[in-house]
Design a protein around this ligand. Sequence first.
Ligand SMILES: Cc1ncc(COP(=O)(O)O)c(C=O)c1O
Length: 373
Amino acid sequence: MSTVDSPVEEKIERLLGRIRPAVRREHAYIVGAPDTVKVKLNQNESPYDLPPDLKQEIAEAAADISLNRYPNEQPHELRHALAEYNGVDPDCIIVGNGSNELTYTFGMALIDPGTPVVLPTPMFSLYEKVVRLADGALTSVPPRSDLSFDTEALIEAIEAKDPALTVLTSPNNPTGLAMPLSDIERIVRAASGFVVVDEAYVEFNPEGSALRLMRDHPNVMLLRTFSKAYGLAGLRIGYMIAHPDVAHEVMKARLPFMVDRLAEITALKLLARPELLQERVELMRTARNGLAKALRAMDGVDVVPSHANFVLFSTDGSASALQGALAERGILIRDMSGYEALDRHVRVNAGTSSENKAFLAALEDTLYDSQGG
Ligand SMILES: Cc1ncc(COP(=O)(O)O)c(C=O)c1O
């Protein structure tokens, strides 16, 4: 009997048939990161780990955690610290296991099969995935020719579909473009449903936060993360800011106990060191500007202006071949050509100055090689 015909295989086939089609159609979200990589610039992480003295402080505080006990449902102290940092009531804050966890929670809270959702493209792919998983009715709005969000087209789609949810990301991933606050406000005014503004890169954004819109517009929800400017991607902390009544309802859709005590302590210690954040944001901003300038000076390279910690650019050749050629040289960047508007585009995040130099040298080498040969 062949393996395919074996009873166990048949049972597995039947079992897989019971998994929802919306799930089976998906691909798992996997970002390849070989262990041997020297320079990792493919996930918009901070190149800076926490300084040793802060790690020591955290380790000492961690020794007092009773690991046999569940954490609080919401990390009480961190929620208060984030409320104070943002000048809002603690009831406005939900802390999550990374902001991605809260994105899933929005899906649970807002999207039934057929619920209209409006998303501009190109944008962080998780949002589309959450809509597809919930069988929502997605309207995608393509960008303008400069890759910025098309505010007029978004307003038209919102007026036509009356979506329960519209998501904006500013600065946007993967473009790095920030949306003017006045445009966000126009969209928020046009929408009777929720408008989530993902501010994962807000610390790099000269436009600042959309927080002030929440005063008059209770349909605004903000998402923030500790994974980028704060350099805490490994511990998974993100948070949402919403009207307290909205936060109260969204809480009901959440998995319990998603924020562990070590993550809470670390986030609290980081919030207590604003100068560290400022210093690092400045370093990353300078590094990003340096990268953009060097890329712009290269023949055949087109650079999208960025207000985040990464740069999106295109070359004359294939993005996947470029990603592969750089990976062979120990440098990870991200092929973005899977997005409809981003043929031949790759994204690189700002690393340390030696990482950036290594990337630029390898890129020149690769472009020269491919043009020469
Ligand atoms: C726009 C955007 N939102 C959220 C995230 C992920 O945030 P977290 O690590 O808090 O889940 C990313 C990471 O790349 C992102 O680009």
